[in-house]
Design a protein around this ligand. Structure first.
Ligand SMILES: [Zn+2]
Ligand SMILES: [Zn+2]
Length: 197
């Protein structure tokens, strides 16, 4: 009789990595690949190992057209040991369009828990609802665009090293700018023209 038969909890392989609540697929797979036990260092090599071609590379750039198929999710699930339902939760809900040209951040959320949230990339998300602050997509110090969340190993700007957790001021400023624009627009009797931050 095997000792392993006495365990009732689902059997996870040693490389199993639990996704965080609301984590984006890009951030999750970045973390996944940085585990010491993992030999695949790129989305393409991991996708190849799962037998799903370049699909993972697309997802990590928030390209979900076409959407992940059940077959692809099952193949990935089999390889990394994460349930299909959890992989589905990393993807945007059906019909939700994603921002693909920039990576967005709420620094206050990141301070609370350092990972990229999937809903920050929803086109319908203009600000963090929790903190009522606009999301930012560039470093306040050097203006470099944020890299894909899969590369957020240090939690800082890849050019100048400014920590994501210390970027709250830029969001507050962006909020003030928006309020100012709204006020001006109201004075002129036209609708506000919000610049993206
Ligand atoms: Zn927030
Ligand atoms: Zn920077």
């Amino acid at each position: 009789m095997s000792l392993f038969m006495e365990t009732e909890a689902p059997q996870h392989p040693p490389w199993y990595l639990e996704p965080f609540e609301g984590e984006s697929i890009s951030h999750y797979f970045g973390r996944y690949r940085r585990q010491e036990i993992i030999s695949a260092s790129t989305p393409s090599s991991l996708g190849k190992a799962a037998g799903i071609g370049t699909a993972l590379s697309r997802w990590e750039k928030f390209h979900f057209n076409p959407r992940p198929t059940l077959k692809e999710l099952q193949a990935m699930s089999k390889l990394i040991g994460v349930e299909v339902s959890k992989l589905e939760a990393l993807c945007p809900p059906k019909g939700v369009l994603m921002v693909t040209r920039s990576t967005r951040l709420c620094a206050v959320c990141y301070y609370e828990a350092p990972y990229h949230r999937s809903h920050w990339q929803f086109q319908s998300t203009a600000e963090c609802e929790k903190h009522q602050l606009p999301l930012i997509s560039r470093c306040p110090a050097c203006d470099e665009k944020f890299s894909l969340p899969s590369e957020w190993e240090q939690g800082s700007c890849k050019r100048c090293g400014m920590k994501f957790t210390s970027m709250k001021k830029r969001q507050i400023k962006a909020k003030e700018n928006r309020q100012e624009q709204t006020r001006k627009a109201q004075e002129l009797g036209s609708s506000p023209d919000w610049k993206s931050v």
